[in-house]
Design a protein around this ligand. Structure first.
Ligand code: MN
Length: 484
């Protein structure tokens, strides 16, 4: 029997504001525990929250980037539950009036896992969203041998929750969704989305049903995953597990599970009867938010999005759509390309150098484009030197390696190495004349129809020039002279 999986995601993204959601304590990862706190984010009695305007703007900006409807008026609510990492015993969140509703995230081929890119079930799928709301992050528990420590530095960090419609149908699609979403958030500069720092966390709802069945199966939630590949593996595991339960004739019940990344398994956390009742109610300390000013503020911050950038690169620079996609996948790489291609005659050559030599060199050196020593203009200069025949392609690679290691510019390296090719036809002509005069037999052979003799004569010209003559120019001149 065939089964269909139905997946919905709830994604939590930390916004990169300087201060927390409702106080002026700094947002900083990796500091000494409990050094970025104040009475507000510690939930001390009588402390009053004040909204971080920039967090509101970033959420509205995200909504605009994802084509959401922005609520005219939005409000904050208290979500009540007891947990040691939440000092107030409620989280300020949004219940029935979130900042954004609807919208979607377009998937694209390169957002899928590498091994799944050749076999995409629904290319160009868009995953629709239910809502985006804004809330505060909780503190972080550190489980020690005999005790638990709590670090309140994270408590109160602005956290955006993005909820999808249940219309994702495979672990690979979930992977593509998260990758595409992450790219857009980076484009909008609303989050660094660094998963190692917990800046993107994901809960997945997943159910399976036999293909012929229309009613959805029991919804099972997997909580708190912090890597995109982990989400893919957890979903693959969970779908297999649910199918095998059904095949054995048992029933599935709504429940919440955790993911053990090391063991590669999900495990039961709680069943439906222990589900929380959050007793939401409007936070009386915070007035509702009118969004008209926020929308006007962020309109001009909406960037060109990955999809539009890919299309423009193909159109403007005549690169292949695959190359455009690889460049646009990484905003920093895309910027580098555009700066290098700005003055280039053949931007496609620039793209080739970036996607092959530069990318290879970076990954071999364990570096990113951010710590690349070659400025974009210098790469353009190198490519031009090759295009006009000053150096050969092979010499270009040598010069590139030196540029990559030292950051020096191409012209200086070429001069120092004395590898400049002789391309001006005047001096090559003289060399050709000498070679023709000194080699009557091969010349006669060529004239008699032995085409291969030309290579021999060309070789002599190169030798005479100590390897500096541009072989293509030399070949052309020889041929012209011998055919005359
Ligand atoms: Mn949440």
């Amino acid at each position: 029997m065939n089964y269909i999986a139905t997946i919905g995601l709830e994604v939590h993204v930390q916004l990169k504001t300087r201060s927390k959601m409702f106080c002026d304590s700094p947002v900083e990862f990796g500091s000494e525990p409990n050094t970025h706190t104040c009475p507000i984010c510690l939930g001390l009695p009588g402390a009053l929250p004040v909204m971080n305007q920039e967090a509101l703007r970033m959420t509205v900006l995200t909504g605009l980037m994802l084509g959401c409807d922005i609520a005219t008026v939005s409000k904050f609510d208290r979500k009540n539950y007891f947990y040691p990492d939440m000092p107030k015993n409620y989280q300020i969140s949004q219940y029935d009036m979130p900042l954004c509703t609807n919208g979607s995230v377009p998937l694209h081929d390169l957002a899928y896992p590498k091994d799944a890119q050749k076999n995409i079930a629904t290319p160009d799928k868009e995953v629709h969203l239910v809502r985006i709301h804004l809330e505060e992050d909780v503190a972080k528990s550190l489980h020690l041998e005999n005790s638990t420590g709590i670090d309140f530095n994270r408590a109160g960090t602005p956290l955006m929750e993005i909820v999808t419609q249940p219309e994702i149908n495979s672990p690979e699609e979930a992977f593509a969704f998260l990758t595409a979403l992450k790219q857009i958030l980076i484009y909008g500069a609303v989050s660094d989305v660094d998963m190692e720092k917990g800046q993107l966390r994901c809960d997945c709802n997943v159910s399976v049903r036999p293909e012929k069945e229309t009613e959805l199966g029991a919804k099972i939630e997997i909580k708190n995953m912090n890597s995109i590949s982990g989400v893919r593996r957890a979903l693959a595991y969970e779908i297999r597990r649910q199918i095998s339960v059904l095949e054995s004739g048992e029933q599935l019940e709504q429940e919440t599970r955790g993911w053990d990344d090391t063991a590669g398994e999900t495990f039961l956390m709680r069943t439906k009867e222990f589900a929380h009742d959050y007793r939401y109610f409007p936070d009386p300390d915070l007035v509702p938010v009118k969004t008209d000013v926020l929308v006007a503020d962020v309109r001009e911050r909406v960037p060109e999005l990955p999809k539009a950038k890919r299309a423009r690169f193909v159109e403007q620079y005549q690169v292949s759509s695959y190359d455009a996609a690889v460049l646009a996948n990484d905003l920093a790489l895309a910027k580098y390309f555009e700066m290098a291609a700005k003055g280039a005659k053949k931007p496609k050559n620039i793209a080739n150098w970036i996607l092959n030599d530069l990318q290879n060199a970076l990954s071999a050196a364990g570096k990113t484009i951010h710590d690349c020593l070659i400025p974009p203009e210098a790469l353009d200069e190198l490519v031009s030197l090759i295009e006009v025949g000053k150096i050969s392609g092979k010499q270009g690679k040598e010069v590139f390696a030196e540029m990559f290691a030292t950051g020096r510019n191409a012209a200086a390296i070429v001069k120092e190495k004395g590898i400049e090719q002789l391309s001006d036809s005047g001096s090559i002509e003289t060399l050709c004349d000498e070679v023709i005069k000194a080699n009557p037999k091969p010349v006669a052979d060529f004239k008699g129809g032995n085409v291969a003799s030309l290579n021999f004569l060309k070789g002599q010209v190169l030798k005479l020039s100590k390897g500096k003559a541009n072989p293509q120019v030399a070949g052309e001149i020889l041929e012209r002279k011998l055919k005359a």
